[in-house]
Design a protein around this ligand. Structure first.
Ligand SMILES: C[S@@+](CC[C@H](N)C(=O)[O-])C[C@H]1O[C@@H](n2cnc3c(N)ncnc32)[C@H](O)[C@@H]1O
Length: 293
């Protein structure tokens, strides 16, 4: 059985949405599983979970927070009811200045331009590029065009960022994800877009031990994981090349900067959108320990 847990409030409120997003993210729920709901005046977030204990645990956390005006609703539902419904309303949209995302299931409606269109299929509403964390990362990949030949996408999801990097000329692209289903979907999306990932593997970055270094390392994962993985992330970046981090809520931005900025890594630029941030760093060799290959 799947549980749908909704956090609802009466009037649409962007700030409240972001607070709840951040709250859920901090209780360990992956962004991929959180869906924003907006119908009429009512809004909120919901996520789906198959583990009753996890649902109870989140309820406990919500009660502790004393989130006034937030109504909590739990429903038991059939998986397929929610898995397909959101797809109907998602049309093609621009994700960066140049690139457009086309949902695979609406492919027949559009005339495809290979240089500018990315076709994405997925089973979850995350990973289509509608979330600011993906959009900010996509913009950085576009802006850095010409400055990378090899790219490592950590937490690839639907593979969208890896595909964008390939579109912009990456010759080698590694992509990993802790989630088996995501890796299968990323593989399919690579094929649809006639791209090839030189390594596409189901693995957590924590346990990933194949050593190499890249011109561009990108990671759109939980901020707490970015913090824990700081040194390892830096190890994978070539000297004078780039590390881009996303998935950082405004509330966590200062902590991330405090923890990441250092002698071996220079902050270049931060982009913000709807209370989310993405950060571009350059990694400098002088202070960096060389990776033993
Ligand atoms: C927020 S989604 C980002 C997906 C995609 N890169 C994007 O920007 O749309 C995070 C993805 O990273 C994966 N992930 C989270 N932590 C990870 C880790 N430590 N190692 C590898 N993958 C991870 C999740 O399974 C999920 O697919």
């Amino acid at each position: 059985m799947t549980y749908k847990l909704s956090l609802l409030y009466n009037v649409y409120d962007q700030v409240m949405t972001e607070i709840l997003f951040c709250f859920l993210q901090n209780t360990g729920i992956d962004l991929t599983n959180i869906i924003e709901q907006r119908s009429g005046d009512a809004s909120g977030l919901c996520f789906f979970c198959e583990d009753k204990d996890a649902v109870n645990n989140i309820l406990k956390e919500i009660n502790k927070k004393n989130l006034k005006d937030v109504k909590v609703k739990i429903e038991q539902i059939q998986k397929k009811d929610w898995q397909e419904k959101w797809k109907e309303n998602l049309e093609a949209f621009k994700i960066t200045k140049k690139l457009r995302v086309i949902p695979f299931w609406h492919l027949y409606k559009y005339k495809i331009n290979k240089a500018e269109d990315i076709i994405i299929d997925t089973t979850s509403s995350f990973g289509m590029g509608t979330h600011p964390t993906t959009q900010l990362m996509s913009e950085f990949i576009e802006e850095l065009k010409g400055q990378y030949e090899d790219v490592f996408d950590i937490g690839t999801g639907t593979g969208m960022l890896a595909i964008i990097a390939k579109k912009y000329g990456a010759k080698k692209c590694w992509a990993i994800d802790i989630d088996k289903k995501s890796v299968l979907i990323a593989k399919k999306n690579m094929q649809i877009n006639a791209c090839k990932s030189e390594l596409l593997k189901c693995c957590s970055f924590e346990n990933f031990n194949k050593k190499d270094q890249f011109d561009l390392v990108i990671a759109n994962i939980l901020t707490k994981d970015l913090l824990n993985l700081r040194d390892k992330l830096i190890e994978y970046v070539k000297s004078k090349k780039y590390l881009v981090l996303s998935g950082i809520h405004d509330d966590n931005y200062d902590e991330l900067r405090k923890y990441f900025d250092g002698e071996e890594i220079t902050h270049i630029k931060t982009k913000k959108k709807n209370n989310w941030c993405a950060v571009l760093y350059r990694v400098d060799s002088v202070f960096k320990e060389k990776v033993k290959r």
